[in-house]
Design a protein around this ligand. Structure first.
Ligand code: ZN
Length: 466
């Protein structure tokens, strides 16, 4: 992970093209970690910064926009064992706003597009943006017939059998018929924070019993994605997944004239909708909802990363349409990443069961976004060098969602202090640590001498011959 470019825009077309090429590669890489592997390496805020940098350069240098530009696709193409099905209507992504001014600019664009007066009220809906996995649920004559993940927005993965195990998702719409011949409900499959913690505890306990390596999830979003995208729907059924409805795809009829009325219809059909969902008269009302949701964020039972605003009138939504991959009538107002300062007390090295050495920062306890943080990941030894952090430094710590906290930078780089030196020895057994050509990870070469590795192998041995 290298520093995010925060400098001015490139000076020349050639520089722009070169940076766009790098950005396309990096964004594709992180898309794959996030969407395909369910194992992100950077925070959502850092990812957003990459996408914004890409957008800014493309706006300034339109001639250099690449055919494979990340602005032209959503997420990563689906991969793996689930069958692929084309969406009847593409699943779009949302543009982001990171400040009140950007929200005001969004509403200004809506007014100009609709040729409204500068002060004309534009009623909006506001709802928390839940950090889950987007799904499209197809109902025909009120019966659930198909469920697809977002995939790349055009083609999703068939998770119908998995979705049938989720209690929040009705097999048959509630309320009185007639139901639309076709109606695709769109929303987020997610895992509540408490269910996520319980699942990780169970995975760890199972691993200790069987001697297999524990595969815990980094955050609730990954847990939800990993639980839903199972070939065996029986595994999905053992995980507590939930669903919140927020939109729709193909529909033979739309039984409402406003976004807020259709959300009422979702409730009547038996879907959960975000408690904080609200209709407001204008952008000032929307920003008020944003503040209220942000203030209560830590107490919510699930992770959110912002607030979504939509133009309430559906006839206006239809006129506004979409540009590239995102609708013009909606925007996601993201929360800033939560940060705090603290002191780096020590850098410990953890030895994994495969001998991989991972440096971990030990911190003076500090509250970041309502959670006390005492450790932060340093990923690998190159990362320590890149950050230039030394034991005793004041550091800036960042936490986004439930991603493991990270050190952003040293705040005392100018102070005289010895640099961190990695002695290339395993702290468990003293054997040499080596890394393969082109690898980032150092591994202990001690094998069975190394207690960290021996414990694991013995468990394997005894369990196999028990
Ligand atoms: Zn060792």
């Amino acid at each position: 992970m290298t520093a995010l470019p925060t400098s001015a825009l490139p000076a020349t077309e050639a520089e722009a093209a070169a940076e766009l090429a790098t950005l396309a590669e990096r964004i594709a890489y992180h898309n794959a970690r996030y969407h395909t592997d369910d194992a992100p390496e950077i925070s959502d805020a850092e990812y957003d910064a990459l996408v914004r940098r890409n957008t800014a350069i493309e706006a300034a240098f339109p001639a250099s926009v690449r055919a494979d530009s990340p602005s032209r696709s959503v997420g990563a193409a689906p991969a793996g064992h689930l069958s692929k099905v084309a969406h009847a209507k593409p699943m779009m992504s949302l543009d982001n706003a990171f400040s009140d001014e950007e929200v005001e600019e969004f509403v200004g664009r809506v007014r100009r597009f609709l040729k409204l007066a500068d002060d004309a009220p534009v009623a909006l809906t506001a709802e928390p943006k839940i950090d889950g996995l987007s799904c499209s649920l197809r109902y025909e004559d009120g019966r659930l017939v198909q469920a697809l993940t977002r995939g790349d927005g055009q083609v999703g993965e068939d998770v119908t059998a998995n979705v049938r195990t989720i209690a929040d998702i009705p097999q048959q719409l509630a309320g009185e018929p007639p139901y639309p011949a076709v109606f695709e409900i769109r929303g987020e499959v997610y895992m509540a924070k408490a269910d996520f913690a319980a699942l990780n505890a169970r995975l760890l306990a199972d691993a200790e019993q069987t001697g297999k390596e524990a595969r815990q999830f980094a955050n609730p979003r990954n847990a939800a994605a990993g639980s839903l995208r199972q070939k065996d729907a029986g595994i999905t059924a053992e995980r507590t997944l939930r669903f919140l409805a927020h939109g729709w795809g193909e529909a033979s009829t739309v039984p409402a004239e406003t976004q807020s009325a259709i959300v009422d219809q979702f409730r009547a059909w038996g879907f959960a909708v975000a408690d904080a969902f609200a209709r407001v008269e204008d952008e000032r009302g929307a920003l008020g909802i944003y503040r209220a949701i942000e203030a209560g964020r830590a107490e919510l039972p699930f992770d959110i990363d912002g607030v979504v605003y939509k133009v309430d009138r559906l006839d206006w939504q239809a006129r506004l349409g979409q540009v590239a991959r995102a609708p013009r009538w909606a925007i996601a107002h993201k929360f800033p990443a939560e940060r705090a300062q603290t002191t780096l007390n020590a850098i410990d090295i953890q030895v994994g069961r495969t001998g991989a050495l991972t440096p971990v920062a030990r911190l003076d306890p500090v509250t970041v976004g309502g959670v006390v943080v005492t450790n932060a990941t340093l990923h690998n030894f190159d990362e320590i060098e890149r950050l230039g952090v030394r034991v005793g430094d004041r550091v800036l710590v960042q936490r986004a969602g439930d991603v493991i906290p990270q050190i952003v930078e040293s705040l005392t780089a100018a102070e005289d202090r010895p640099a961190y030196v990695f002695d290339r020895l395993c702290p468990e057994c003293g054997s040499a640590a080596e890394r393969e050509e082109g690898e980032v990870v150092y591994r202990c070469t001690g094998g069975l001498i190394c207690p960290a590795q021996r414990v694991e192998r013995l468990i394997h041995f005894t369990s196999r011959h028990a």
